[in-house]
Design a protein around this ligand. Structure first.
Ligand SMILES: *Cc1c(COP(=O)(O)O)cnc(C)c1O
Length: 398
């Protein structure tokens, strides 16, 4: 039995099959990972936008190691020294007068956003949140209901009430979905799972104006597009607007699980003792990891790198993929890059993997790339060459 076969056999016996994994990965460094057979891959997925400063970045490894030997967890019934430092770091990069609630995942952060909105609306009897078709907000009951895709909801009915859906990038559709009980609009600045679809400036700016006009909260799900991925700290910062609150997770801890709700001044004082809680949220260890990520992004100029290499990558892809009529579009923002095909993208994902490049098919016909923010222009060009070779190897082209 190979090392991979041994891992797969044990996994299939003892782990619930919520995923259908492909490779068995055992080691990583920067933008590269190795499987159990010692094969090397260029990791243009980064754990789905999670390992934001690359695998095993020395600063992150050292921060976790040092903090693990000092204090791992104490409970939020005590102060710890790192939680306020991380909260400050997030507020300084987002809104003046903001405050943060720390948790453990994207779904939990979005639950926090939804609870904040409901609490804020409770005095006026409003609780409904308008979300977008094709969005993704998580897999808990509230967040899978917020997710505007029936495929994640099927079999889990009855769904919680309090959600309505509208078309992304269609302001009139949102206007039409707003009712008497509506309290908030929740949107991704760049839809991730939906297929790397950036919000149009008129749309997000129009939503802000619409929310102001109707006294609604504008909430942004920054779980995938936040923490520098688009070339700015937060995706909404490209649009010249401010939401009332936003959620973070994925890239925040560079691979260490942590999520956050960041609320602007309107909502910063909303939660009072007893309203919301989480045992593991904001442990000194998780905060040490997130602080190391933020410091590294700043020290290494990774926002600029994400913007610059993202453009280089998209240009290289557009050139490399021109010969293939089944490639419809290359699009994205910073290091959130999507290649839309006129057919399912999974075969292309598999061909790339055979050639040492990791990416992920999403929403059927879109191939998604979310490389770490430390990725170099040379790696981006190499990845584009592999995508080209993989396209050429697709059955239709052989
Ligand atoms: C991944 C994701 C989530 C869910 O995050 P989990 O940590 O898996 O719960 C929510 N929103 C967006 C935009 C995501 O990409």
């Amino acid at each position: 039995m190979t090392a991979t076969e041994e891992i797969v056999q044990r996994h299939q016996t003892y782990v619930m099959s919520t995923y259908a994994p492909t490779l068995a990965l055992v080691r990583g460094r920067g933008a590269r990972v190795w499987d159990a057979e010692g094969r090397e891959y260029l990791d243009f997925l980064a754990g789905i936008a999670v390992t934001s400063i690359g695998h095993c970045h020395p600063r992150l490894v050292e921060a976790i190691r040092r903090q693990a030997g000092r204090l791992i967890h104490v409970s939020n019934i005590f102060y710890n020294d790192l939680q306020p430092r991380l909260a400050e770091a997030l507020v300084r990069r987002s809104f003046e007068g903001g405050r943060v609630f720390l948790c453990n995942s994207g779904a939990e952060a979005n639950e926090g956003l939804i609870k904040l909105a409901r609490l804020w609306g409770s005095a006026s009897g409003r609780y409904e949140v308008v979300t977008m078709f094709n969005s993704f907000h998580g897999r808990t009951l509230a967040t899978l209901t917020a997710t505007g895709q029936t495929k994640v909801q099927k079999g889990f009915e009855p769904l919680p009430i309090g959600f309505r859906y509208a078309k992304f990038n269609d302001l009139e559709s949102v206007r039409a979905a707003i009712g008497e009980r509506t309290v908030a609009v929740l949107v991704e600045a760049v839809q991730g799972e939906g297929g790397i679809i950036p919000a149009q400036p008129e749309f997000l700016q129009g939503l802000r104006a619409l929310c102001d006009e109707r006294n609604l909260l504008l909430l942004c799900d920054e779980v995938q597009c936040g923490m520098g991925r688009t070339g700015r700290w937060f995706g909404w910062q490209h649009y010249g607007i401010e939401p009332d609150a936003f959620s973070l997770a994925k890239g925040l801890g560079g691979g260490f699980p942590i999520g956050a709700v960041v609320a602007g001044p309107r909502l910063a004082g909303q939660f009072q003792p007893g309203h919301h809680a989480t045992t593991f949220g904001g442990t000194p260890l998780a905060c040490a990891a997130a602080l190391a990520v933020i410091e590294t992004i700043e020290a290494k100029g990774l926002l600029e790198n994400a913007a610059r290499v993202g453009e280089i990558f998209m240009d290289a892809l557009r050139t490399a993929l021109r010969p293939f009529p089944f490639v419809r579009e290359v699009r994205g923002k910073g290091l959130m890059v999507g290649v839309e095909l006129d057919r399912p993208a999974r075969p292309l994902q598999d061909e790339m993997m055979k050639r040492g490049l990791l990416g992920l098919a999403t929403n059927v016909n879109i191939l998604r790339f979310l490389p770490p923010l430390i990725v170099t222009a040379a790696q981006a060009r190499k990845a584009a060459r592999i995508v080209k070779a993989a396209c050429a190897a697709l059955p239709e082209n052989v």
